[in-house]
Design a protein around this ligand. Sequence first.
Ligand code: SF4
Ligand code: SF4
Length: 317
Amino acid sequence: MSESQSPDSTSKSLFGTDHNPTNIVPEKLSLDSKLKFRCHPKVSCFTACCGNIEIILTPYDILRIRKVLNLPAQEFLLRFTTPTYLEKTDMPGVKIHLDENGRCPFVTDEGCIIYAQRPTTCRYYPVGMSYFHGAGQENTKAEEFYFLVNENHCKGHQEDHVQTIREWRTDQGIDESDEMNKDWMELVMRRKSFGQQATLSEPAQKMFFMVSTDLDQFRNFVFNSSFLDTYEIDEQTLSNIKEDDIALIKFSYKYLASSLFGTNDLKIKAEKIKKKAEEIKAGQKGAEERAKETFEALRRDRDLLKAQIEQQDKKKK
Ligand code: SF4
Ligand code: SF4
C-alpha cells in the first residue's frame, strides 16, 4: 500500500468482513475503480495503524515471514502467533500475536521491519476484498469484489494520489500473494459456504491446522508416515516437494482439498480403495450377521412365551 520503506496498516481480517461496518464505504468496487489514497513515512499517522488489529496469516504469509526471520515454523508460530478460527468457519489458523500494548511485534518507529514480506492483509489495507458464493453454488468459483475502509485515524485518504485498484494491487505486490493464497482461500470460502450444516471432526481440524501453518511438519508427514502408501504421487512431484517450499505449499492445498472435500486433486492408490471397500463390506457382513442373531433370539423368546401360554391354557382345562 505505501511507498518504499514505509509501513502500512492492516485490515481487520483476512477477508475484510470484520471491519467496523461504519468504516466501510458502502460501494462495491472493481479492479478498474479509482482509489484516492497514499501512505508514506511523512503522514502524521505513520505507524498508528499497526496496532489493535487482527492479522490472520495465510500459509504463504507464514512461510515468507519466517524465512526472512530465519526461523523454523514451530518457533515462528510460538513466538509471533496466536491460534484463532478463520472467520465464520471451524477451520483453525493463526493470527499475529500483538504485544502487551496491542502493537504488532514487527512495527518500529521507522516502520515495518518485515515490510517486503508483510502479510497479505497488510498489503490490502485500506482496500478489502470479499468473496461471494451464491446459494447452491458451493462448487463453483466465488465472485470477488473490493471495498474501501476509511478510518478516521488514517490520513492517507487525504493525499492526492489516485490510482485504480488494479494498479494498487500491483504496487503492493498483492497479485503474487493472491496467486499463492487463492487455493487456500477457496478452501476456506468453500467451508464457509457450508455454514453450520456439518462440522469438521477434531482430527480433520488438527490436520488442517498442521498443514496450513507448519510446512516442516507437513513435509515430515508426507515422507515419514503412511501417506505415500495411500496416495499416488509421481516421482517429479515428490522430488519437487522434498526441497521446494513453494511446491510443497501448492501440494498442501491439493491434499487439503482432496481430504476435506473429496476432490480429485490427489489420487488414492487402487489397492487402498480396494482394502477400504473390503473393510466396509466386512462391516456390512458383520451387521447382517448381528441382525440375524438378534432375529433368532427374538424368535426363541417368542416361542418360549408361546409354549408357556399353551401350558397355562392346558392347566386351566
Ligand atoms: S506486519 Fe508490518 S505492516 Fe503489518 S501490522 Fe505489522 S508492522 Fe504493520
Ligand atoms: S493510518 Fe493510513 S496513512 Fe497512516 S500509516 Fe496507516 S495506512 Fe498509512
